[in-house]
Ligand binder design. Structure first.
Ligand code: PHE
Length: 512
């Protein structure tokens, strides 16, 4: 390759001199030679470009790599909502609401979503769209100062890997449960049977690993189809399906005897239960729910269309996401109360309590399949957005093809994630800092990396990138008149969100 480059350069240098000479000596002959020379030059430059393309690609900045993007407004909404919804709504929200006293927790969660979640989400998406690049490059591109802000992007990529390491295992359980639900083996009113089924799944190393790897390959294969034909197309189909299934489950749950008890638990606040711990847990959930603090929303923002109204879209995503959380609560709690189960069962609520509940409802077998398909749909949307972060970073920063960066991401996750998959079996006694690997990954990402990322991004957008640029980008370069909204968001980003997030983090680290 080098020889070829050398030859081409020198050929042009000498031949240009030579043809000038000839032209000066004899204009007629010179014209013929010059035209032959132009043709040759043309031919060489075409060969040169083609043969050196891979070399150039490595050296070039990622501006020149062609980027995918969401093609329609509905696609933007579906994909962004798909990232937000996730197992956070179907698995985490119900069990945290159940364990933290119901409606009081819900109220704080709503406030946290408005005060912390929404502004940071707007900030991330606006940055992503303005930079049209992966999070690391975006932070470099928009930042006029010399501080290494791009490290926030690196921390986002690390967080993505850590979250996926344990999240993919929960997704693996959900996918396994779709098949178990179809087979009917977990349909029993005896809690011991449903508990036994769950324990036998998580304590089997081979099953845990294979389900996790199957999930990673499944998600990776959607990403291989690209942003428009993969992420967007799949989200556009899955999100309406999710609402349909959820509404069906809500209708059944509301028709049960003690539905009213479940609704009271969910919607009537008992303020005596609101403690500092509850407030901080609710805020942490709001953060995790909206996929913030690690560049996911920035990455999706980079696929937003230029004419997309960002504040309007984020508000819609936030409302739809809260609506899904509510519907999940409505689908679960009336049923849990009707059959006398404890709403505070913890993370196993979905895997142990739900099958026992469904076993007592007419048509329960079918409804249980619906429930786990719904959870699998939700999990797919979130996993796609999580995996897209390292994929696009590797693709654009190392100039690997999208296929290679996807394969590399899957390979790293198979290794890293296996420690989560083996947590409940082979590595049951292995602890680091007093935690098993599953809990450690959850702890480091949720309690350290996401809050730090959230604070850093709020500060970056409002102080470093600056008010003028942020407001200009948020108004689609002046096309929208949303000055008041922009000022409110800016104020919250500057003075409210970082402080609140800091509280979450300090509590998460048990520093007060
Ligand atoms: N928001 C997702 C959920 O609720 C989880 C997630 C976190 C996805 C961070 C992407 C990034 O399940």
């Amino acid at each position: 390759m080098k020889c070829f480059e050398y030859f081409v350069k020198h050929y042009f240098f000498f031949s240009t001199l030579a043809s000038l000479d000839i032209c000066m000596c004899c204009s007629a002959r010179g014209r013929i030679i010059a035209s032959a020379h132009t043709k040759l030059q043309d031919l060489f430059s075409r060969c040169y470009n083609r043969s050196l393309l891979p070399v150039r690609k490595v050296a070039m900045t990622n501006n020149s790599i062609k980027r995918g993007g969401f093609s329609s407004s509905f696609g933007v909404l579906a994909a962004t909502l798909g990232s937000a919804v996730g197992l956070g709504n179907i698995w985490k929200f119900p069990y945290l609401t159940g364990a933290n006293g119901g409606a009081g927790f819900l109220l704080i969660y709503l406030l946290a979503t408005l005060l912390v979640g929404l502004p940071v989400m707007i900030a991330e998406i606006t940055m992503g769209r303005a930079a049209k690049a992966n999070p690391i490059t975006a932070l470099q591109k928009l930042n006029p100062s010399r501080l290494p802000w791009w490290l926030v992007g690196v921390s986002g990529m690390v967080a993505a890997f850590l979250i996926m390491s344990f999240y993919s295992e929960v997704v693996a359980w959900v996918f396994a449960y779709v098949f178990k639900a179809i087979g009917g083996s977990i349909l029993s009113s005896d809690r011991q049977v449903t508990e036994g089924a769950f324990t036998s799944l998580i304590s089997n190393p081979l099953q845990s690993l294979l389900w996790q790897w199957a999930v990673l390959i499944f998600i990776g294969s959607i990403l291989l189809m690209g942003v428009t034909k993969g992420i967007e197309a799949v989200a556009k189909k899955l999100m309406p399906l999710l609402f349909l299934l959820l509404l069906l489950l809500c209708a059944v749950s509301l028709s049960l005897d003690k539905a009213i008890d479940g609704l009271t638990f969910l919607f009537r606040p008992d303020f005596s239960k609101i403690t500092a711990g509850v407030i901080l847990t609710a805020m942490g959930l709001a953060f995790f729910k909206l996929s913030l603090g690690m560049g996911t929303m920035m990455t999706y923002g980079s696929y937003f269309r230029d004419d997309q109204n960002i504040p309007q879209t984020t508000v819609r995503v936030m409302i739809a996401d809260l609506f899904v959380s509510m519907l999940a609560g409505i689908a679960i709690f009336p049923a849990v109360f009707t059959f006398g189960f404890a709403p505070s069962a913890g993370p196993s609520l979905v895997f142990i309590t739900i099958p026992a509940v469904f076993s007592q409802i007419p048509g329960g077998h079918f409804l249980m399949i619906v429930f786990f398909v719904l959870a699998a749909v939700a999990a797919t949307g979130a996993m796609l957005s999580l995996m897209e972060v390292p994929v696009v970073i590797l693709h654009e920063r190392l100039a690997l093809s999208r296929a290679r960066s996807t394969l590399l991401t899957i390979a790293v996750l198979m290794l890293l994630g296996s420690s989560s998959a083996l947590t409940n079996n082979v590595l049951a006694d292995f602890k680091l800092f007093g935690m098993n690997m599953f809990d450690l990954f959850d702890f480091v990402s949720s309690n350290v990396l996401l809050p730090i990322g959230g604070i850093a991004l709020a500060v970056y957008v409002s102080w470093v990138w600056g008010a003028d640029r942020f407001m200009h980008a948020l108004s689609n370069n002046g096309a929208l008149s949303n000055q008041v909204t922009a000022r409110v968001v800016l104020f919250v980003l500057r003075y409210v969100s970082p402080l609140l997030i800091l509280l979450v983090m300090l509590k998460g680290l048990n520093l007060f």
